[in-house]
Design a protein around this ligand. Structure first.
Ligand code: FAD
Length: 427
């Protein structure tokens, strides 16, 4: 089920739930010149991705992919155990509107089996029948640049400086009207491998909408600001230019290359990590005693248009962060599972030690976690000692409404997993 078509009756693009992101991007772009601001991986499926929110390289410019959801078809199971397909839309008059809302960030595997999504931007012109005006149009040209930080010379002070530079920059350049709303960047710190070439300590890659005024200068200024005063010998690449779809494919190639066994954690950051947290990253990422093949911590640009969506308008509640942080460990040998998982758990616990081992929502610096990077440790009192329940980290104030929708649409709790929405009293 991977079709992508334009549905004239609903005046919206229909995408079946089994479609994978790159296929969706290519069909939308080559067919109508439009896109969705979704994830940067080629192989992620629409089924879970949209239900959990979905963000990527164009999100600072256009918001989350789920912000453009117009309708969803879901196979639900009623109290008698009968399955049926229903369509729920964004229309204010739709009695099933709540079920649509639950799929704008409420997470996969909760309410039923999604079979189709329809997309039309909420600000698309009314009564417009031209499909090319109903979803965002990606930039015609993308500029790409990078600054690399070789491990040699990257001491503790350099980690602090780099993380501070990056955090402060995002705190000041992440509103929707900033000329930098067209920028997407990842600052990636790499773990030191157990053996062989230690590889770089970090890279900061950046993509900029090349059609914005002064784009190349803006991009160079960004890379310079990130590397400013960092020790060692940061190496800045030439700026290159490419069509948007080529940039999307390039990014996906990098994302999808690190296959293996994974453990992944996330945090929404309103500010960059502080010096004490930078020290923790320095220690963990430079120790050689860990059973991992590829550990990394990535700070991805967030904010921009994402943060213009009103609280409660969607089920994706994190609307004032400027960085999405990903903490990941990848390895191949199943025997290494306990050690590799434990390493990442300890890193994360230590980073957020002052708030019970988790990025508690609503604080000056942190705002919870991303349900599309689900982590069962958030529901485990050994790793979450904050007294803040897992669902608050993922859903904040959206959870009680999600619980009501769950009770109405999945009364038998057919769709259930460790982090699924629970219909009863919050636990
Ligand atoms: C390599 C990689 C890169 C990623 N990059 C990004 C990124 O750039 N941006 C981003 O936002 N996220 C990213 N993600 C996370 C991604 O959004 C989630 O993993 C998402 O849930 C994937 O959806 P899926 O359908 O492929 O996955 P699955 O693993 O099949 O499903 C995930 C969850 O959704 C449920 N689900 C799946 N299909 C349906 C359906 N049809 N109906 C109801 N529930 C369903 C499942 O039950 C499960 O609970 C990435 C993940 C990976 C593995």
């Amino acid at each position: 089920m991977n079709a992508v078509t334009y549905d004239t009756r609903r005046r919206a693009f229909m995408v079946e739930a089994g479609a994978q992101l790159m296929d969706v991007y290519k069909k939308l772009y080559h067919g109508w010149g439009v896109t969705l601001p979704g994830g940067t991986s080629a192989t992620v499926g629409m089924g879970g991705h949209i239900a959990g929110g979905g963000y990527g390289a164009l999100s600072r410019a256009f918001g989350l992919a789920a912000d453009h959801l117009y309708a969803v078809e879901v196979v639900v199971v009623d109290a008698a155990g009968r399955a049926r397909a229903v369509v729920a839309t964004r229309e204010r008059t739709d009695p099933r509107r709540d079920l649509w809302w639950a799929h704008t960030g409420g997470g996969g595997g909760n309410f039923g089996v999604v079979t189709r999504y329809w997309f039309r931007s909420p600000d698309a012109p009314r009564h417009c029948f031209d499909p090319s005006r109903l979803l965002p149009r990606p930039p015609g040209d993308i500029l790409a640049g990078m600054v690399g930080f070789p491990r040699e010379g990257m001491d503790r002070a350099s980690y602090r400086r780099l993380i501070r530079n990056h955090g402060r920059w995002h705190e000041h350049h992440s509103d929707a009207h900033s000329p930098y709303a067209g920028l997407y960047s990842g600052l990636v710190f790499y773990g030191r491998p157990q053996t062989g070439d230690p590889g770089p300590a970090a890279n900061c890659y950046a993509y900029m909408d090349g059609t914005r005024p002064d784009a190349e200068r803006l991009l160079r200024d960004y890379l310079r600001a990130v590397a400013d005063g960092v020790g060692g010998s940061p190496q800045t690449s030439e700026i290159s230019s490419m069509p948007w779809i080529a940039a999307a494919e390039y990014l996906a190639g990098a994302q999808d290359s690190d296959v293996g066994r994974h453990k992944l954690k996330s945090a929404y950051l309103r500010r960059g990590h502080n010096d004490a947290q930078a020290d923790i990253l320095y220690t963990y990422l430079n120790s050689t005693g860990n059973r991992h093949d590829f550990a990394n911590v990535t700070f991805q640009s967030y904010g921009g248009r994402i943060n213009t969506v009103a609280d409660g308008a969607t089920a994706a509640p994190h609307r004032d962060s400027v960085i999405k942080a990903i903490y990941m460990n990848t390895w191949q040998d199943p025997d290494a599972d306990p050690a590799a998982v434990d390493w990442l758990r300890r890193l994360y616990r230590d980073l957020f030690a002052t708030t019970g081992g988790v990025p508690v929502p609503g604080r000056r610096d942190t705002d919870g976690c991303y349900i599309n990077y689900p982590d069962i440790d958030m529901a485990d009192p050994r790793w979450n000692t904050s007294q803040v329940p897992w669902h608050r980290l993922y859903y904040k104030d959206a959870y009680p409404r999600l619980q009501r929708i769950k009770a109405a649409w999945d009364p038998r709790d057919v769709f259930s997993h460790t982090l699924s929405v629970k219909a009863g009293p919050a636990r």
